[in-house]
Design a protein around this ligand. Structure first.
Ligand code: SAH
Length: 214
């Protein structure tokens, strides 16, 4: 086996051992090369199950957490998905393999630009990256079948909940930024919202408004 194939196998094996068992999610993670989303000095560590720094002081999430969040969303091939917090674009790329259409919003312009270039390079044409404050969701494209927030909020924002279709699912880390946060899955039912707690996680905070440009 080549060194590259061996590294890929270890990567998937590691994710699996952390509880990602959905074969569609594992296949998506096998197809999308995380190395394309990490640049500079950290590129060499792209296949380790750790979060890594990206531009604008943000982070690309830990692969096993990306897998668990994706799995928790229970995506169907016809789904329209909103991601809040594009970051490197890695999570959006995984979603693009499972859903019909992915809208991903980010408050840092350089990250949107970089992610858009990566999506183009990898031919991921069903992802639309947008510079926007995800606290307001994406009213033009709402409602969504699935919403994933990859930054921590103190509570699930009510605007986002209102942009979820009946039967829709949202996955979001909830808690203060420098504390342990809980990954929550919210399901919209005819009667209201059902909540279940998945595990503890650590994410950068959801920040209101676009980042000021210098
Ligand atoms: N999903 C990313 C990880 C993102 S880190 C990946 O796969 O790489 C969280 C991101 O959320 C950061 O880039 C941060 O700038 C962004 N973010 C925080 N608050 C936001 C908001 N209100 N609207 C849009 N993006 C936001």
């Amino acid at each position: 086996m080549t060194q590259d194939a061996e590294r890929k196998m270890q990567f998937i094996f590691g994710i699996r051992s952390k509880g990602v068992t959905d074969t569609h999610v594992l296949t998506a993670m096998e197809r999308i090369d995380r190395g394309q989303f990490v640049t500079g000095v950290f590129a060499a560590r792209a296949y380790e199950d750790v979060p890594l720094p990206i531009a604008c002081g943000q982070t690309i999430s830990q692969p096993s957490v990306v897998g668990l969040m994706t799995q928790a969303l229970k995506i169907s091939p016809r789904d329209k998905v909103l991601e809040v917090g594009t970051g490197s674009g890695y999570q959006a790329a995984i979603l693009s393999q499972l859903a019909r259409r992915v809208y991903t919003v980010e408050r840092h312009r350089p990250l949107v630009k970089q992610a858009a270039e990566t999506f183009q390079k990898l031919n991921l044409s069903n992802i639309t990256p947008i510079l926007a404050d995800g606290c307001h969701g994406l009213p033009d494209q709402a409602p969504f079948d699935r919403i994933i927030v990859t930054a921590a909020a103190e509570d699930p924002p009510s605007t986002l909940l209102s942009q979820l279709k009946p039967g829709g699912i949202m996955v979001i880390p909830v808690g203060q930024s420098d504390h342990v946060q809980h990954l929550i899955r919210v399901t919209r039912t005819d009667a209201g919202f059902d909540y279940d707690e998945l595990r503890s996680v650590r994410f950068v905070p959801l920040v209101e408004g676009l980042e000021k440009e210098r």
